[in-house]
Design a protein around this ligand. Sequence first.
Ligand code: ZN
Ligand code: ZN
Ligand code: ZN
Length: 223
Amino acid sequence: MAAAVEPRWRQATFIQDVRSRVSASQLTRFQKMYTEPFFVINVDPVVPALVRMRLTVSGSQQATYVVTLQSTGLFKCSCKDAIMTCRRNGCVCKHVCFVLYRVLRHEGLDFFDNLQLTPDEVGSIASRASQIQIQEVDRSNPPHVAPRPDQLHFDFCHSKRPHQIEAGDDCPICFDALLGSDVLRFCPECGNGVHRTCIVKWMEHRSTCVYCRSKLWSNYRGD
Ligand SMILES: [Zn+2]
Ligand SMILES: [Zn+2]
Ligand SMILES: [Zn+2]
C-alpha cells in the first residue's frame, strides 16, 4: 500500500509560506482554518457560466454560510465578515480559506495576490469538484436493503460492517483525516465512516447519510 501524501494544507511548511506571504488580516482568517471546526453541509457543482461551485459551510454555531466560486476565479461568502470587512481589508474570510485549501486542496499561494484564481486553476478545481460531491452514493459498495423502521436497532458504535479506515481517508464533512483522535461513527447501511462530532453537526441540517442518503440516520441521537 502506497503511503498517503499529506495534503498541502496539513504540511508544516505550508503555514510558514503563508505567513511570509499574506497580510496580517488575511493571516488571522487563514489560521482559523486550523483552529476552528468547519463542516461542509452541501456541495453543489454548478455548470452554467457565472458560478462554478457553491458550498454550504457551517461552523461551531448553527449558522450556515454559502461560499461560491465564480467562473472569474473570485470567491464570495455570505458571512458578515466577508460582506462587511474583508473587501475593505483586501482579504478573504475564514470560510473561503477553508473551502479553497482544505476542501478543494488548492496548493498555490498566488491566490492571495489578487484574491482571484487563474482560469487554469478554476478549471482544475472545477474538475475536482466531482470528487467532493458528498452525497454521491459509493457505487463500489451498494447499500443493502434497508430494514423497516420497526427493525431499527442499530448500534452506531458497532455497525455491521464498517469499512476499514486507512491513512489518507478523509471525513466528507470536515475534510480532515479520519484516522486520529476523534471518535468515528459508521453508517449502518453503507458502512462508511465519519467523525462523531461531524455527523452530529450534519444532523442539525440533514437527516440522511452523508454517503448513501440512508434515512436510518434520522433515528440517530448523537451518542
Ligand atoms: Zn465567510
Ligand atoms: Zn469530520
Ligand atoms: Zn450510508
